[in-house]
Design a protein. Structure first.
Length: 456
């Protein structure tokens, strides 16, 4: 840690004064005994000065005693050799007193040192005018130290004010963000949550009516699943509202909960595995993982058909987090061969992308690359594999990954949004059919910036 500017130049000045006094005492044209005494005084002054420079814990009393002793050694050197340079040590002592001690403490000590120095010079036969010059010089040194202390204090106050202003601006901005998020949370709660709640009541009533009227068991089962989905939607909406109000965002730690919900509410057998050592990640990374697994499991329930099974794997590596969701064994075992349009919908693209054209939004021009505000790249894909990025996908794959060339799904649905989210985070998402099902793999980089932001 560097010293403040005032302390650096004061330390250099004091060291120089001690060195000059030592040199002058060693080579002064005075008797040997006096020369030894001056040298000893300079050495003692050097020792005290080293303590003053190095010590940062000495209190006011300690600083006052050390600086006074330092100044007295300079006066003693002057008394022994009036023609020497011992007075320089006294000058540095005055600067030190003014810089490090309050005026009520340093003022009386400095006045006593100046008077004592003047008396020593007068007793040694130095003319009054010269003695007055020495005294004025001593007073000037004290004034320099006092001005340096005032400047340092003013700068410290200015820095504190700047920090307070920055903190105030940050607090105002944060308050504005919280107000906006609070308003949005209220809207989501009042509109979406109430809508879901009403839908759940209607579906519950429809389920009861179907049971009482002996409706088709398949209809009752579908109504039950719809009711469970609605309740899951209510839980997710509450989670969003909580996040808007400042709660922690969902992350990898809640992926197991998604798998459990799929087993309990949808009847989908889900195998969940974790490899590597989990560690905290940033909120955006954690949310991307959670939403991808949520979307992939939802797609499995919607599109894989009866008898499907799913597996969720989370792999923690040194610099990358890989999350994969794979399903197999469903009634729709080969969506690309059996129904390319369904495969395109599952990948998050428009049905026409499955026929080899470019899946585009309605407002896009005919042909060419998939476009739209949320598109992550350009290029044409056949819909059988989806990744996020740029370039062209041909044959059986339409590239979409952050590190894979290809076209982002242009429809902006489901996994397309996940692919774009992954690309913004520096990773990639690949969604493609397998031999008997479908696979979605998300890869995200783990950097040193991913601190303890994900606690759930």
């Amino acid at each position: 840690m560097g010293w403040p500017r005032e302390r650096r130049w004061a330390a250099a000045l004091g060291t120089l004064a001690v060195a000059v006094a030592l040199f002058a005492g060693a080579f002064a044209d005075i008797p040997v005994g006096a020369r030894v005494a001056v040298t000893v005084a300079a050495v003692l002054a050097a020792a005290i000065w080293a303590v003053l420079v190095v010590s940062r814990s000495a209190g006011t009393t300690g600083q006052a005693l050390l600086a006074t002793g330092f100044g007295l050694l300079g006066i003693a050197s002057t008394a022994i050799a009036p023609d020497g340079l011992g007075y320089l040590i006294s000058y540095v002592a005055l600067i030190r007193l003014a810089m490090r001690l309050p005026v009520r403490v340093s003022g009386p000590i400095a006045a006593a040192l100046v008077v004592l120095l003047g008396g020593v010079l007068l007793r040694a036969g130095v003319p009054v005018a010269v003695t007055a010059v020495f005294a004025l010089g001593a007073g000037f040194m004290y004034l320099v130290g006092d001005l340096a202390a005032l400047g340092a204090a003013a700068r410290d106050r200015a820095e504190r004010l700047v920090e307070q202003q920055a903190a105030t601006r940050a607090a105002v901005e944060q308050a504005a963000v919280l107000r906006e998020r609070g308003a949005l949370a209220r809207e989501v709660h009042d509109i979406v949550s109430h809508t879901f709640a009403g839908l759940a009541l209607q579906l519950e009533a429809a389920k009861v009516l179907a049971e009482r009227t002996g409706a088709d068991p398949r209809l009752r089962s579908a109504l039950g699943r719809a009711h469970q989905l609605t309740r899951s939607g209510i839980a997710d909406t509450r989670q969003v509202v909580a996040a808007l109000r400042g709660a922690a965002l969902p992350g990898p730690a809640l992926v197991a909960t998604l798998a459990a919900r799929a087993r309990q509410e949808q009847g989908l057998p889900v195998e969940y595995t974790v490899t590597g050592e989990p560690r905290p990640v940033g909120p955006e990374v954690g949310l991307a993982v959670y939403r991808m697994v949520q979307e992939a499991l939802t797609n499995t329930v919607r599109h894989a058909g009866a008898g499907a099974r799913a597996s969720v794997a989370v792999c923690w590596a040194a610099e990358q987090l890989t999350v994969s969701v794979t399903d197999s064994g469903g009634a729709a075992t080969n969506p690309v061969a059996d129904d390319p349009a369904a495969a395109a919908r599952r990948a998050g693209t428009r049905p026409e992308a499955a026929d080899g054209g470019a899946g585009t939004r309605p407002e896009a021009a005919d042909g060419g690359a998939g476009t739209g505000p949320e598109a992550a790249g350009a290029g044409a894909g056949d819909g059988s594999e989806t990744t996020a990025g740029t370039g062209a996908g041909t044959g059986s794959e339409a590239a979409v990954g952050g590190d894979t060339a290809g076209a982002a799904p242009s429809g902006g649905w489901g996994l397309a949004g996940m692919a774009e989210r992954a690309e913004l985070l520096g990773g990639g998402l690949v969604a493609r059919p397998t031999g008997d099902g479908y696979s979605v793999v998300l890869r995200l980089p783990l950097t040193t910036d991913d601190g303890p932001g994900e606690a759930r």
